[in-house]
Design a protein around this ligand. Structure first.
Ligand SMILES: Nc1nc2c(ncn2[C@@H]2O[C@H](COP(=O)(O)OP(=O)(O)O)[C@@H](O)[C@H]2O)c(=O)[nH]1
Ligand SMILES: [Mg+2]
Length: 360
């Protein structure tokens, strides 16, 4: 049994059943659960996942795997002949998934090859900018006088960072990206194309990465400081011991022992991507969708977005009235000691990122 297996849901008594007839002390507070369930079912669920990593590491394939895996296999109508094009711009693709009457909108934000250049200094900036732009859009909706009843949420709830399967250690680029971005978004690191490592190499690599994350003070999801109680800690400690998940992706279906599976066929056998004996894709899927989706969204809203919001509102209170979408007044101590005001220069956003990552 997967350690991430969901807890069984509480079963409300069927509608109209008067299980408490004659019990005059029964108030019926527990019926709130049924009300909440019905409301949530009506609204549906949304999750925005971003994938980041060098080109060719299997980002697009893994997201297709997620859409085609057991979560969505019944509902999505994938086109088996669809070829994955190379990703050239930050692009969001969303799929509507429905299972047992529960609707879910899963959006994947695919980013073009991160760190593909010869000089990769500051290549985290466009991604940081994209994340902050979504916070800004949400904030503008929220502070509108006649705001929408439900604010459209394009905030990035979780960023899956693809580590190349070198088996050595993290590259400075990986450290830099995760160090900065883990302060503004939930980061879930994965080892890409884990089928290229032996089991021993994989375990060693995982351990090395965990040590390096710790040594660099990088707090990836699920962050220890946000565990709410002992039960959370117990469950999340197990996940923290397994991170980064060594994943294999595929959008090809094969027949194995009469069952249809998603896998990669090689001369020496078929790797079943959803089989936990073969790789850890299923753990990643369960974390994102089955066990921690609500928590991932809660931390996005109450920690990451909240920090952005407080900062922005403080800034607009301090400075002269800030027009919507205008970059806040910035004082950057980093860029050659220059002072940057109100996003004048084209790299105003970059300066903002500097300040954000250092202050938040
Ligand atoms: N061995 C192996 N190859 C993979 C895996 N995932 C994707 N690939 C292959 O790697 C190539 C690049 O995949 P793609 O998803 O386009 O990578 P992206 O540039 O990161 O989006 C394709 O030929 C995939 O079939 C994996 O888990 N293992
Ligand atoms: Mg791609």
């Amino acid at each position: 049994v997967s350690p991430l297996a969901p807890r069984p849901p509480p079963h409300p008594p069927p509608k109209g059943e008067r299980s408490h007839a004659g019990d005059f002390s029964y108030v019926g507070i527990d019926a709130i659960l049924e009300q909440m369930r019905r409301k949530a079912m009506k609204q549906g669920f949304e999750l925005n996942i971003m994938v980041v990593g060098q080109s060719g590491l299997g980002k697009s394939t893994l997201m297709n795997t997620l859409f085609k895996s057991k979560v969505s296999r019944k509902s999505a109508q994938p086109n088996p002949e669809e070829k994955i094009p190379q990703t050239i711009e930050i692009k969001s693709i969303s799929h509507d998934i429905e299972e047992k009457g529960v609707r879910m909108k899963l959006a994947v934000i695919d980013t073009p090859g991160f760190g593909d250049q010869i000089n990769n200094e500051n290549c985290w900036q466009p991604i940081m900018k994209f994340i902050n732009d979504q916070y800004e859009a949400y904030l503008q909706e929220e502070i509108n006088i006649d705001r929408k009843k439900r604010i459209p949420d394009s905030r990035v709830h979780c960023c899956i960072y693809f580590i190349p399967p070198t088996g050595h250690c993290l590259r400075p680029l990986d450290v830099e990206f995760m160090r900065r971005l883990s302060k503004v978004v939930n980061i879930v690191p994965v080892i890409a194309k884990a089928d290229t490592l032996t089991l021993e190499e994989r375990d060693d690599f995982k351990q090395t990465i965990r040590e390096e994350l710790r040594a660099n003070g990088i707090d990836v999801y699920p962050q220890k400081e946000f565990d709410e109680d002992a039960e959370d800690r117990l469950i999340n400690d197990k996940i923290r011991e397994m991170i980064p998940f060594a994943v294999v992706g595929s959008d090809q279906e094969y027949q194995v022992n009469g069952k249809k599976i998603l896998g990669r066929k090689t001369k020496w056998g078929t790797i079943e991507v959803e089989n936990i004996a073969h790789c850890e894709f299923a753990y990643l899927r369960d974390l994102l969708i089955r066990t921690h989706m609500q928590n991932i969204k809660d931390i996005t809203g109450s920690i990451h977005y909240e920090m952005y919001r407080v900062r922005r509102l403080n800034e607009s209170n301090a400075g002269p009235g800030l027009a919507p979408g205008q970059a806040p007044t910035l004082v950057s101590a980093h860029t050659n000691g220059q002072t940057k005001v109100n996003g004048g220069p084209p790299n105003g956003m970059a300066a903002q990122c500097e300040v954000l990552t250092h202050e938040m």
